[in-house]
Design a protein around this ligand. Structure first.
Ligand SMILES: NC(=O)c1ccc[n+]([C@@H]2O[C@H](COP(=O)([O-])OP(=O)(O)OC[C@H]3O[C@@H](n4cnc5c(N)ncnc54)[C@H](OP(=O)(O)O)[C@@H]3O)[C@@H](O)[C@H]2O)c1
Length: 253
């Protein structure tokens, strides 16, 4: 296996934690994979077994609220502590509901405050990572940046409506990624952008909406993590953004 550093952002996400464990288990007995995880809550990564690993070494960076200053500072730290070329970045931010808001069922539920919060977490924050990471990642080595979006961000696939803020935040992320891919094809040909839909996965984000998920369609985060790592390994660096689901199938933008 090649020497590599992998960065996981929003690392307290259920899927991010499974990704970490999968990467560690894949790099068993090797000392050639370094993981850098960034989160507002890095407790999971402070567990003792992470410090006793003979294999992947895990460095955590704690942030408080993902302000642009904090993101810029964290990227400088990543650049400083990365032992190898950064080959993969996973940006896992996603908010569908919080204590003050639930996804909208009808137009009357739309709230500018909730929309702003969702857009900040799901779109502006990932975009700031992309902005600050690009100069650090540009070079001659292949690098995949995976931004977690959702199928509901597809404009052409929208048959159900509703969930205005979440849908719009993910659709906006897709537009930012397709635009960024055009720019990166000129200035950072080594970077591939992937907009990723994990499928409905058991996590705090999906918890309130799992009742109607058909049998066998609620994935474990471990299953999604395995699928995603395979997808990333098999995706060509082609100067375009790809919008992929957990099977590696293209989703229409
Ligand atoms: N689970 C599903 O069924 C499903 C389906 C489709 C798409 N997705 C997408 O998959 C991704 C991962 O979701 P998950 O299921 O693993 O969710 P999760 O366990 O609830 O994780 C939430 C993630 O969002 C971040 N986050 C929460 N509030 C935030 C805020 N105010 N500002 C910035 N970041 C914030 C967390 O970062 P910290 O580490 O800092 O806490 C964490 O990375 C999300 O983008 C989600 O939209 C999930």
């Amino acid at each position: 296996m090649q020497n590599q550093t992998i960065v996981i952002i929003g690392a307290n996400s259920e899927i991010a934690k499974a990704l970490t464990l999968e990467i560690i288990s894949n790099s068993k007995n090797d000392d050639n994979t370094q993981l850098i995880v960034i989160s507002r809550n890095v407790e999971f990564y402070r567990q003792e077994h992470f410090h006793q690993l003979p294999s992947a070494c895990v460095n955590s960076i704690a942030v408080t609220a993902y302000s642009e200053d904090e993101i810029s500072h964290a990227v400088k730290k990543i650049d400083l502590i990365a032992r190898f070329e950064i080959t993969k970045v996973f940006v896992c931010h996603g908010v569908l509901h919080d204590q003050q808001c639930q996804p909208e069922k009808r137009l009357e539920d739309f709230s500018p405050e909730a929309f702003t919060r969702i857009l900040t977490a799901n779109t502006i924050t990932p975009m700031l990572w992309l902005k600050h990471l690009t100069p650090v990642l540009s070079g001659s080595h292949d690098c995949n940046i995976v931004v977690f979006t959702a199928r509901v961000g597809s404009i052409s696939d929208n048959k159900l409506g509703g969930w205005y803020s979440y849908r719009a935040s993910k659709a906006a992320m897709n537009m930012l990624l397709t635009s960024a891919a055009v720019e990166l094809a000129r200035r950072a040909k080594n970077i591939k952008l992937i907009s990723f839909h994990p499928g409905t996965t058991d996590s705090p984000l999906s918890k309130p909406f799992q009742k109607n998920v058909p049998e066998g369609k609620l994935f474990t985060s471990e299953f999604v993590a395995k699928k995603l790592l395979m997808i990333v390994e098999n995706t060509a660096i082609d100067g375009k953004a790809s919008y992929l689901d957990w099977q590696g199938k293209n989703i229409p933008w």
